[in-house]
Write a protein that binds this ligand. Structure first.
Ligand code: ZN
Length: 136
Protein backbone atom coordinates (compact mmCIF):
# COMPACT_ATOMS: atom_id res chain seq x y z
CA UNK A 1 0.00 0.00 0.00
CA UNK A 2 1.33 3.42 -0.98
CA UNK A 3 0.33 6.66 0.63
CA UNK A 4 0.68 10.38 0.16
CA UNK A 5 -0.30 13.45 2.16
CA UNK A 6 -2.56 16.31 1.21
CA UNK A 7 -2.36 19.64 3.00
CA UNK A 8 -5.72 21.40 3.00
CA UNK A 9 -6.12 25.14 3.44
CA UNK A 10 -9.68 25.77 4.57
CA UNK A 11 -12.35 24.09 6.67
CA UNK A 12 -14.23 22.74 3.67
CA UNK A 13 -12.43 22.08 0.43
CA UNK A 14 -12.40 19.53 -2.40
CA UNK A 15 -8.84 18.89 -3.58
CA UNK A 16 -8.26 17.27 -6.98
CA UNK A 17 -5.89 14.37 -6.27
CA UNK A 18 -6.23 12.61 -9.64
CA UNK A 19 -2.61 13.24 -10.67
CA UNK A 20 -1.30 12.10 -7.27
CA UNK A 21 -3.25 8.84 -7.55
CA UNK A 22 -2.02 8.40 -11.15
CA UNK A 23 1.55 8.83 -10.07
CA UNK A 24 1.16 6.24 -7.28
CA UNK A 25 -0.45 3.85 -9.75
CA UNK A 26 2.44 4.48 -12.15
CA UNK A 27 4.79 2.90 -9.60
CA UNK A 28 2.83 -0.34 -9.59
CA UNK A 29 3.12 -3.19 -12.08
CA UNK A 30 -0.65 -3.63 -12.35
CA UNK A 31 -1.90 -3.54 -15.95
CA UNK A 32 -5.51 -4.63 -15.60
CA UNK A 33 -7.25 -4.55 -12.29
CA UNK A 34 -8.49 -2.00 -9.82
CA UNK A 35 -7.07 0.84 -7.81
CA UNK A 36 -8.28 1.36 -4.28
CA UNK A 37 -8.17 4.92 -2.92
CA UNK A 38 -8.83 5.17 0.81
CA UNK A 39 -8.67 7.93 3.42
CA UNK A 40 -8.10 6.86 7.06
CA UNK A 41 -10.10 9.77 8.50
CA UNK A 42 -13.56 10.47 9.92
CA UNK A 43 -14.02 14.09 8.81
CA UNK A 44 -12.56 13.80 5.29
CA UNK A 45 -13.68 11.59 2.44
CA UNK A 46 -13.09 10.86 -1.23
CA UNK A 47 -15.34 11.18 -4.25
CA UNK A 48 -15.26 11.28 -8.02
CA UNK A 49 -16.84 14.12 -9.94
CA UNK A 50 -16.36 16.62 -12.73
CA UNK A 51 -12.99 18.32 -12.94
CA UNK A 52 -13.69 20.57 -15.93
CA UNK A 53 -16.03 23.23 -14.51
CA UNK A 54 -14.95 24.33 -11.01
CA UNK A 55 -18.55 25.44 -10.33
CA UNK A 56 -19.51 21.77 -9.98
CA UNK A 57 -17.27 21.48 -6.91
CA UNK A 58 -18.56 24.82 -5.58
CA UNK A 59 -22.14 23.57 -5.96
CA UNK A 60 -21.36 20.29 -4.21
CA UNK A 61 -19.83 22.16 -1.26
CA UNK A 62 -22.69 24.70 -1.09
CA UNK A 63 -25.40 22.04 -1.20
CA UNK A 64 -23.71 19.78 1.33
CA UNK A 65 -23.66 22.83 3.60
CA UNK A 66 -27.43 23.25 3.10
CA UNK A 67 -28.06 19.56 3.76
CA UNK A 68 -25.79 19.43 6.80
CA UNK A 69 -25.27 22.93 8.27
CA UNK A 70 -22.10 23.52 10.29
CA UNK A 71 -24.20 24.91 13.16
CA UNK A 72 -26.92 22.33 13.52
CA UNK A 73 -28.39 20.82 16.66
CA UNK A 74 -25.74 18.13 17.20
CA UNK A 75 -24.76 16.13 20.29
CA UNK A 76 -21.11 15.31 19.50
CA UNK A 77 -19.13 17.50 21.91
CA UNK A 78 -16.17 18.04 19.59
CA UNK A 79 -18.37 20.44 17.60
CA UNK A 80 -17.63 18.98 14.18
CA UNK A 81 -20.61 16.70 13.64
CA UNK A 82 -21.37 18.27 10.30
CA UNK A 83 -17.90 17.23 9.12
CA UNK A 84 -18.44 13.63 10.25
CA UNK A 85 -21.81 13.48 8.46
CA UNK A 86 -20.53 15.08 5.24
CA UNK A 87 -17.55 12.70 5.19
CA UNK A 88 -19.89 9.71 5.53
CA UNK A 89 -22.06 11.06 2.70
CA UNK A 90 -19.01 11.21 0.41
CA UNK A 91 -17.50 7.93 1.63
CA UNK A 92 -13.97 6.91 2.58
CA UNK A 93 -12.90 4.78 -0.36
CA UNK A 94 -13.11 4.49 -4.12
CA UNK A 95 -12.40 1.62 -6.43
CA UNK A 96 -11.36 2.74 -9.92
CA UNK A 97 -10.85 0.26 -12.77
CA UNK A 98 -7.34 0.03 -14.21
CA UNK A 99 -6.94 -0.68 -17.92
CA UNK A 100 -3.52 -0.97 -19.57
CA UNK A 101 -1.92 0.49 -16.46
CA UNK A 102 -4.14 3.61 -16.51
CA UNK A 103 -7.05 4.74 -14.37
CA UNK A 104 -10.17 4.09 -16.44
CA UNK A 105 -11.79 7.37 -15.43
CA UNK A 106 -14.40 8.98 -17.63
CA UNK A 107 -13.36 12.00 -19.66
CA UNK A 108 -14.73 14.52 -17.15
CA UNK A 109 -14.02 12.58 -13.98
CA UNK A 110 -11.52 13.60 -11.36
CA UNK A 111 -10.76 12.14 -7.94
CA UNK A 112 -11.27 14.52 -5.02
CA UNK A 113 -10.18 14.45 -1.42
CA UNK A 114 -13.09 16.04 0.46
CA UNK A 115 -11.95 18.07 3.45
CA UNK A 116 -14.71 18.94 5.92
CA UNK A 117 -12.77 19.91 9.03
CA UNK A 118 -9.59 21.56 7.83
CA UNK A 119 -7.14 22.91 7.44
CA UNK A 120 -5.26 19.70 8.18
CA UNK A 121 -2.80 17.30 6.65
CA UNK A 122 -4.67 14.27 5.33
CA UNK A 123 -3.43 10.85 4.27
CA UNK A 124 -4.51 9.03 1.14
CA UNK A 125 -3.76 5.34 0.68
CA UNK A 126 -3.50 3.91 -2.81
CA UNK A 127 -3.39 0.19 -3.53
CA UNK A 128 -3.61 -1.42 -6.96
CA UNK A 129 -4.39 -5.06 -7.55
CA UNK A 130 -4.59 -7.21 -10.67
CA UNK A 131 -7.65 -9.08 -11.80
CA UNK A 132 -7.28 -12.75 -12.39
CA UNK A 133 -7.47 -13.11 -16.18
CA UNK A 134 -10.74 -14.44 -17.61
CA UNK A 135 -10.37 -17.83 -19.28
CA UNK A 136 -10.42 -17.48 -23.08
ZN1 ZN B 1 -15.56 14.87 15.93
Amino acid sequence: MHQFSVKTHSRVELVDITDRVRSELGQSTVRDGACLVFVPHTTAGVTINENADPDVVRDIIAHLEKLVPANGNYRHSEGNSDAHIKASLMGFSLLVPVEAGQLALGRWQGIYLCEFDGPRTRKVYVSASSHAPFPT
